[in-house]
Design a protein around this ligand. Structure first.
Ligand code: GLU
Length: 320
């Protein structure tokens, strides 16, 4: 049993933040005009423990585009609505080893879209959200689920939604290719629109840390006390995050950090240590795969300082 104090956690977060703050490198996502114009110096690090204790350092109240991090809650939503086995059958849980928006991956694995955590699988996941055929009710279900996981509501960034809708030609191809292979379960245009809208939700790193802590806490939101999903979905969603959360760099990330984490091109990174804590970071400049440079450095430095990791074979107890 490894015992750590809240003070040690706070100190590790502060040190990680201070060390990473000056890090340069990377560039804002430039294929979505709104994201290209966000202040590159924004940087926040947030931690939430299973008892709701939270640490927030830096720009943790800044609302940024959730982007691909939204794939995690919607994967959970379809598993809640249809069951994990159905999601495995209809979408899958395999890493593609290819970029998040790969069309090549769809052609290679045309019997299923691989995983709800890449664009193809995420668009399919949006098509599966019930009630099928009712765009407004589906959208409400997506937003309500994120609200439950975060303990507070996300807010659509209209400018981002417009910016992304006007430029998402690659994702339009994905939606129709999925249709061609019978791997989309509602209207393709509506499913793509729901996906684009969910990516355009504004969220803060402090909200994302609560979401991560809800996952780490087997579905019970540590801040609101609400049981958001059944405990048996915690290992399912965490395994998906572990396999593909950092796209084609996921193996390197997991090897070097030891924490399953999901990134988004808005600069967010969300990490889950089941039973222990949720952590989130935000900084817009990305590496070539689309992962936040400072976000990943901060999360890695933080867990490394505490000697935490899913493969360490230790039970962890957090004391006052
Ligand atoms: N909305 C973005 C896209 O579909 C999300 C990509 C990401 O965050 O990885 O291209």
């Amino acid at each position: 049993m490894k015992t750590i104090t809240k003070q040690q956690i706070r100190q590790a977060a502060q040190e990680a933040y201070d060390e990473v703050k000056g890090l340069s490198g990377g560039a804002n996502a430039n294929y979505i005009p709104y994201l290209a114009n966000i202040d590159s110096n924004l940087f926040g690090l947030s931690v939430t423990l299973p008892d709701g204790y939270s640490i927030n350092i830096g720009d943790t109240d800044y609302r940024f585009g959730i982007e691909s991090v939204s794939k995690v809650p919607t994967a959970l939503l379809v598993m809640k609505q249809s069951g994990a086995q159905t999601v495995l059958n209809k979408i899958g849980a395999d890493a593609t080893g290819l970029p998040f928006n790969s069309i090549f991956a769809i052609l290679l694995e045309n019997d299923h879209p691989s995983t709800p955590l890449v664009n193809a699988g995420a668009i399919t996941a949006c098509s599966m959200v019930t009630p099928v055929g009712d765009s407004n009710a589906k959208w409400q279900a997506i937003v309500d689920n994120i609200t439950d996981l975060c303990g507070s509501a996300p807010q659509l960034i209209d400018e981002l939604y417009k910016s992304e809708s006007a430029t998402n030609f690659n994702n339009r191809s994905i939606a129709w290719l999925l249709k061609n292979y019978n791997r989309i379960y509602d209207d393709p245009t509506m499913s793509l629109d729901l996906y684009t809208r969910q990516c355009s939700l504004g969220i803060t790193s402090s909200q994302l840390a609560v979401m991560a802590a809800t996952i780490a806490n087997a579905g019970k939101n540590p801040v609101t006390g609400k049981q958001v999903f059944d405990a048996d979905l915690m290992p399912k969603i965490t395994s998906m995050i572990a396999t593909v959360g950092f796209y084609e760099h996921t193996g390197d990330w997991l090897f070097s950090s030891g924490i399953p984490a999901k990134s988004g091109v808005g600069g967010g990174v969300v990490g889950v240590l089941p039973g222990v804590m949720g952590v989130a970071a935000f900084a817009p400049p990305l590496d070539k795969a689309g992962n936040s440079v400072k976000g990943q450095a901060a999360v890695k430095a933080f867990v490394t300082k505490l000697g935490l990791g899913v493969f360490n074979g230790q039970n962890v107890e957090i004391v006052e």
